[in-house]
Design a protein around this ligand. Sequence first.
Ligand SMILES: Cc1cc2nc3c(=O)[nH]c(=O)nc-3n(C[C@H](O)[C@H](O)[C@H](O)COP(=O)(O)OP(=O)(O)OC[C@H]3O[C@@H](n4cnc5c(N)ncnc54)[C@H](O)[C@@H]3O)c2cc1C
Length: 309
Amino acid sequence: MKIIEPSFEILTPFDREDAMLMLKRIERAARVCYKSEGKTTDTSAPEFVRRIANTFKHESVIEHEIVSVLIVCDRGVSHELVRHRLCAFSQESTRYCNYGKSDEITVIMPFFFKNDAQRYASWNCACTKAEWEYLDLLKRGASPQEARSVLPNSLKTEIVMTANLREWRHIFKLRTSDKAHPQMREVMIPILNYFSEVMPELFGSSEPASDALAIADVKAELEVYKQCVSNTNKACEFMREDTELDLTIGDRFSVEGVKKLRDSRDLWKMRAIQNEGQYEAAEKEVGILKAQIKELYNQRNQLLEKLKA
Ligand SMILES: Cc1cc2nc3c(=O)[nH]c(=O)nc-3n(C[C@H](O)[C@H](O)[C@H](O)COP(=O)(O)OP(=O)(O)OC[C@H]3O[C@@H](n4cnc5c(N)ncnc54)[C@H](O)[C@@H]3O)c2cc1C
């Protein structure tokens, strides 16, 4: 019986240079939404994509790019991986592969038994017995797909997993968290670290892998809420000055909305004269929104503190 460690290999060309090309293609697609293609420069892609995906949560644009990874792990981990429905998988088959040809099976070392001689001995004994029975069943004429019934969860498997960047972010969030299985984390944290090194714009920072994405998310959220609070404050000031009446909620939260308000102050004034009663209602509504945003902002702050702790 061969005992090995889990590992991975990135199959898609995915070094920093490739990542930059991906970011540029994402920028090309995303700018169609805003018709801001004219703002593209040689260096605009990383920050543009980071902001659009993390701050504005316009994550569908990062679905345009995919990465394939070959993962060597045990069947327990692979069984969890294949629950990710948006991925494409190609996995070593225990129906078609005949481990009798090499007269041994390969298993993945459960790292948590490494330093405990008794537990390690129990695990090793169970796998060796399973191997013996598997080979015996083959010798007695069973096919590999029949004999596999006795193979252990620790059996080594190879699985190619292809996902778009949005799905990879989702997978890392679930599978590197401290709630995930330790062997899943053993596999996924190094992969996240690789992604994070070549594409830090979308895959985090130098913070510990387990909470890196969660913290990055909270920070991004915080930025959005800070922006909202600041824009709402601005909108309120303009309202007092110029009598804002019917900005949409989106307008109120956006810098563009505030500019629009300033640029068209004469129009607002005119409309205010026509609809005097609406001024008070609009002001009240903005006041309520402002309070709600501050409450959300506090909640995010508390969450961030919790994550830091
Ligand atoms: C810590 C942990 C413990 C777990 N424990 C168990 C367990 O005990 N038993 C068990 O059976 N499973 C368990 N799972 C697996 C879990 O239930 C999910 O199947 C797995 O995590 C895949 O996640 P997902 O569905 O979010 O992802 P994906 O399939 O990768 O989908 C990505 C996202 O796309 C969206 N999506 C995909 N398909 C649909 C759809 N049909 N409808 C609507 N939205 C969709 C969802 O937003 C989803 O989050 C566990 C997972 C984790 C991380």
